[in-house]
Design a protein. Structure first.
Length: 507
């Protein structure tokens, strides 16, 4: 997996064609050279000015120094910021930053100008390191700049990839021993980049994201379709008058992804049993807003409910959702007085992919050897009294798994869903006799209704108390996560039965 992403600037991040070519024209005019073809002027975008003036016009020595000085005079005075950001680049850089990638600028443009431009256009915040020549450096050698980044930061070459729009970028990557992405929307020659040995080609910033595993057409379609259905399901719902809510509490370091709400019955006094809700969404969709009405309905049944957003794929990889679930557990443990959490009676519900995440986290809490696989510090003394797994996924394998689930696992797992990885995220493989009592449910129209069979046998083997419910309705099939549709009487029955199951374990 690539962890260190190296971007060229001109022609890759920014379209600086006007700024560069107009400055070249200004310099050439002093030599009596005018009306130059655009194609020839565009060759100055990317390599060193010294190399370009010598290659295209035969300038050497003092003439070359003079041409560069004239270019830099007008460029810095009037032209430098006449650039456009290529479509999708800010979003791509943000995804890379959020995903924990190290992002480098590797440019032949003098570093002084590069830094000023990126600061002016608001992109400097996305770059961890910027590497480029000073004003006295005449070389276009990208190999030297790439190797400087590798050596100074102690990087593994196999984890680095160079992204650029010219043969110089690809030549440098090949010579430095790293992979490369040749972008076709810039100013370079595609055939020359092919001949140079580019590893990948990208027609857009989005294509770069797909190669790096942070963008996916499949994920975009899932998010669009799921949101449309959820918006219809929850249309017109509002916060009930009998619920008190505490919103947008940051439980981690990321204010966008690691936020939660707490809901309590408005007139309840003292500490209440707690339900932590792990939302569903195929590991790629969902947040606390999507689950707020369902979670408030659970709170109406006499619980303090914690409803949280966690980090999704493809922006983040496994085990990020487990890390976030653990942070929420720690939040509950550390805020029992503030929000009235009864730590003797902590429960959890998980739906669909959220049931998978919750099942794995329950395994971590109850299976020491499994917990040791993770660099996650569990909150001391924290435990679930019981949990509910709704319409969940408990095993994914290459032989019998749904094709879409396997494709999602390729995005979710760092190794691209190897056999060992899939076994490692199988809930059934890690259940022990210490696993909490569990309410397992599905429905006749649930496309995952065969999944409970993967854990029921193990629950029986380990002698773990559980209830299994298979819900049906007289006039219709009940679909996947039907219990979230608060307008259905069957949803009310299911949620009543789950909460009654929990209350049977309250001290």
């Amino acid at each position: 997996m690539y962890k260190n992403i190296m971007f060229d600037l001109d022609g890759t991040v920014t379209d600086s064609g006007r700024a560069i070519t107009s400055s070249v024209e200004y310099a050439l005019a002093d030599f009596g050279i005018t009306d130059q073809p655009k194609e020839k002027l565009n060759t100055f975008i990317g390599p060193s000015l010294y190399d370009s003036f010598e290659r295209e016009y035969g300038f050497k020595g003092e003439d070359c120094d003079k041409a560069v000085a004239l270019y830099r005079y007008i460029y810095e005075k009037e032209r430098m910021y006449d650039v456009d950001i290529y479509e999708g680049i800010p979003e791509l850089l943000e995804k890379l930053q959020e995903g924990g990638f190290k992002v480098f600028l590797i440019t032949s443009k003098p570093l002084k100008f590069s830094v000023q431009i990126l600061e002016k256009i608001g992109l400097s915040k996305f770059f961890d390191h910027m590497i480029g020549p000073d004003l006295t450096d005449h070389s276009s050698d990208k190999k030297r700049l790439i190797e400087k980044a590798i050596n100074e930061q102690g990087l593994e070459k196999s984890e680095c990839i160079m992204i650029g729009d010219t043969q110089y970028d690809i030549d440098g990557a090949v010579a430095a021993g790293v992979d490369s992405i040749a972008v076709t929307y810039g100013y370079g020659n595609v055939e020359a980049m092919k001949a140079a040995g580019a590893t990948f080609f990208a027609d857009s910033a989005r294509d770069i994201g797909k190669i790096l595993g942070v963008c996916s057409d499949m994920v975009d379609e899932i998010r669009r379709a799921f949101k449309a259905n959820d918006d219809i399901r929850d249309k017109g719902l509002t916060t009930p008058d009998d619920i008190e809510r505490f919103d947008d509490i940051v439980y981690g370091e990321n204010e966008k992804w690691q936020v939660l709400d707490v809901y309590r019955p408005r007139n309840a006094k003292g500490k209440l049993p707690v339900i932590i809700s792990v939302h569903g969404g195929a590991w790629v969709y969902g947040d606390k807003e999507t689950y707020q009405y369902y979670c408030m309905s659970l709170a109406q049944r006499g619980f303090a409910v914690v409803n949280f957003t966690y980090r999704l794929t493809p922006e983040f990889k496994y085990p990020s959702p487990l890390v976030d679930t653990n942070l929420v557990a720690r939040f509950v443990a550390e805020n029992s007085e503030k929000y009235g959490f009864d730590l003797r009676n902590v429960f959890a519900v998980g739906d669909s992919a959220g049931a998978h995440i919750l099942g794995l986290y329950a395994c971590m809490l109850t299976n020491t050897s499994y917990a040791q696989k993770f660099d996650i510090k569990l909150p001391e003394g924290f435990f679930f009294k019981a949990i509910a797994l709704n319409c969940g996924v408990y095993r994914i394998d290459k032989k019998d798994g749904r094709e879409q689930d396997l494709d999602l696992m390729k995005l979710f797992l760092l190794g691209g869903a190897t056999e060992d990885e899939l076994e490692d995220i199988s809930v059934a493989e890690h259940i022990t006799k210490e696993f909490p009592p569990v309410f397992v449910m599905t429905a006749d129209g649930d496309f995952l209704k065969d999944q409970p069979g993967n854990i029921v046998e193990k629950l029986l083997d380990e002698n773990i108390p559980f209830n299994f419910r298979y819900y049906m309705a007289p006039e219709m099939q009940l679909g996947h996560v039907f219990h979230l549709n608060l307008r259905l009487s069957e949803a009310t029955r299911c949620n009543d039965e789950e909460c009654a199951f929990f209350k049977g374990f309250v001290d």
